[in-house]
Design a protein around this ligand. Sequence first.
Ligand code: C5P
Length: 400
Amino acid sequence: MSQRRILLGVTGGIAAYKSAELVRLLKKSGHEVRVVMTAGAEAFVTPMTFQALSGEPVRTGLLDPAAEAGMGHIELAKWADLVVVAPASADFMARFANGMADDLLTTICSATESPIALAPAMNQAMWKNHRTQRNLALLQADPQVTLWGPALGDQACGDTGPGRMLEALDIVDRVNAPAGSDLAGRRVVITAGPTREAIDPVRYITNHSSGKMGYALAEAARRAGAQVTLISGPVTLAAPDGVDLRMITTAAELLKASGAAVDEGCDIFIATAAVADYRPETCAEQKVKKSGEQISLSLVRNPDILATVAARPDAPFMVGFAAETSDIERYALDKLTRKRLAMIVANDVSRPEVGFNSDQNAVTVFWPGGQQSFGARSKVGLAVELVALIADRYRAVRAQ
Ligand code: C5P
């Protein structure tokens, strides 16, 4: 990880108190940090706080007689190799999206040629407001700008919804994400684990999926800067930090939760869930009693979640997993085309040391016109490499 010269812009919002911790964590990661505050920010936190934490004078005014040639904004714009605005208020987003340069921070943003990352923070209704969304669309289309967040959750005003600033640690993760694995600002939905299909109140059909690969991918995608929703079947794993975890039990619930997550906004959909292909036609209301020597269970086909999402007109970049026991390449390539996927990750679950329930995995990834193999390695390490490859392919497809 390289040391960076970070210009942190702080605008007026209650989340400005979190920016003090952000400065501390950025410095701890080895970065140089200089802080510029808007007039609104000064109503929430004092420049002295940031000066003490950054070890640098804090700039607040556009015309600074103390700066070289009185043009502090140009010096700072050239000095920074990354500009992070956190919190970015609705007012700042509006002024910046429209090219205004009416205070020091917007002027620096106009003068810098370095990337600019915004961590929005505002009340959920302000975030959803059509004017804010119009400004957001302008910023999303700007190649110099990346949006980090906002997150969903409780707000200082008592509301709940989108508009919370990302936690300082999440912003630092995005700053530190290795080049090439960068998913900053991307929304990634991952399905993981098995599904359970009830036979009666005490019995169900399931499989050996542990969820480890999906959870490791969720962690790796978050570290690469993505906003991650993890939809998980019943597993015994701890919830990864900073990931929006939604638990489901059945394939029908997984389908519903996946549709809802994609409706909320999704750039990349990764399906690692081992979905039961069939479910009992009916679930007995009472426990089925032992009777004759044989019993038969009528099963009906479950929906294919991956194929259903891929068939949407607004389908995200789709990544499937294919757990096979033979003829891996042929089956994987068939699924790639049949399910209309951008990539498929194939693993041989017949090998006892890798795959289901193991901490290790070995896979080959296929995409239209290419493939890459990863020999046996830990699922955590593999997840980091897969996320980097997915990010590369995603960028390549978008650039076409
Ligand atoms: O089961 P199959 O080999 O077809 O699974 C391939 C991919 O499709 C996996 O990514 C899996 O998560 C997904 N899948 C799904 N819904 C199903 C079956 C599979 O999303 N009902």
